[in-house]
Design a protein around this ligand. Structure first.
Ligand SMILES: [Fe+2]
Ligand SMILES: [Fe+2]
Length: 250
């Protein structure tokens, strides 16, 4: 009887996937934008249903309990960075033991409102949007985003070791969303200000979490991440001074 239920869930997931693909084709063929928008809305709803059925199927699987051995990365994501970086290696990624409370704190750093996830998307957007005269600042933003990806990966590993799946949500279960990014299109100085602000908040939050987390391995890792964030703060301040004619005191 139970097996029949799971077969039905699989069928439902397939039907939803077929519906999404049909509605997308319909939206492309729609005679006007208004109809296309409405059909795209329907497709999005169906996509959520599809995701729900898939998550049911996923929750049924036996999940691997042993995290993969991670390959140490000397150059994050295969890029040789041109910006200054901290030479101290990152401490090994380990925890004293599973702890849902610590996982919740790290989820805030991982994909909360001001988080590594937001920093990556914020710096990338600012990189895309920088005018040509600020090519140096554009490159700085892209490379700092790459370092933030490395931080995000480290946090994902820690959250897994602490016993939680590293989904894109904060410690309260609020999903990350693209409105967390201060876009400020066409305003490079305001963008740099908000990047400086993001690094200041990151440093404060990591320091607070270091006090709240009584696990020596995590403390060491957060201390190493803070060193990167302090360097980013310095680099963003330098760029601001160079292009926007004054040191920020925010
Ligand atoms: Fe970071
Ligand atoms: Fe940073």
């Amino acid at each position: 009887m139970r097996e029949r239920f799971w077969e039905m869930v699989r069928e439902a997931a397939q039907d939803e996937a077929d519906a999404v693909s049909l509605y997308r084709r319909m939206a492309d063929a729609a005679p006007c934008r208004a109809i296309a928008h409405s059909i795209e809305d329907i497709a999005r709803d169906e996509m959520q249903h599809f995701n729900y059925f898939e998550s049911l199927l996923c929750s049924r699987q036996e999940r691997g309990r042993n995290p993969r051995e991670r390959r140490r990365k000397d150059t994050p994501y295969g890029r040789t960075l041109t910006i200054p970086t901290i030479s101290d290696p990152y401490p090994p990624i380990q925890v004293e033991g599973p702890n849902p409370e610590y996982a919740r704190l790290l989820l805030d750093d991982y994909a909360g409102m001001v988080s590594e996830m937001t920093a990556i998307n914020q710096y990338l957007f600012h990189h895309f949007d920088m005018p040509e005269e600020l090519a140096d600042a554009a490159q700085l933003l892209e490379e700092v985003a790459i370092v933030e990806m490395h931080h995000m990966e480290i946090l994902a590993e820690l959250i897994k070791l602490l016993g939680q799946p590293p989904m894109y949500m904060d410690g309260q279960g609020l999903f990350w969303n693209a409105t967390f990014v201060p876009y400020l299109p066409g305003c490079p100085c305001e963008q740099l200000q908000s990047d400086i602000h993001a690094e200041q908040i990151a440093i404060e939050t990591y320091r607070r979490h270091m006090e709240l987390i009584d696990d020596r391995y995590i403390k060491e890792i957060l201390a190493r991440i803070i060193m990167d964030e302090e360097l980013h703060l310095h680099l963003f301040n330098e760029a601001y001074e160079k292009y926007c004619g004054g040191h920020t005191d925010r």
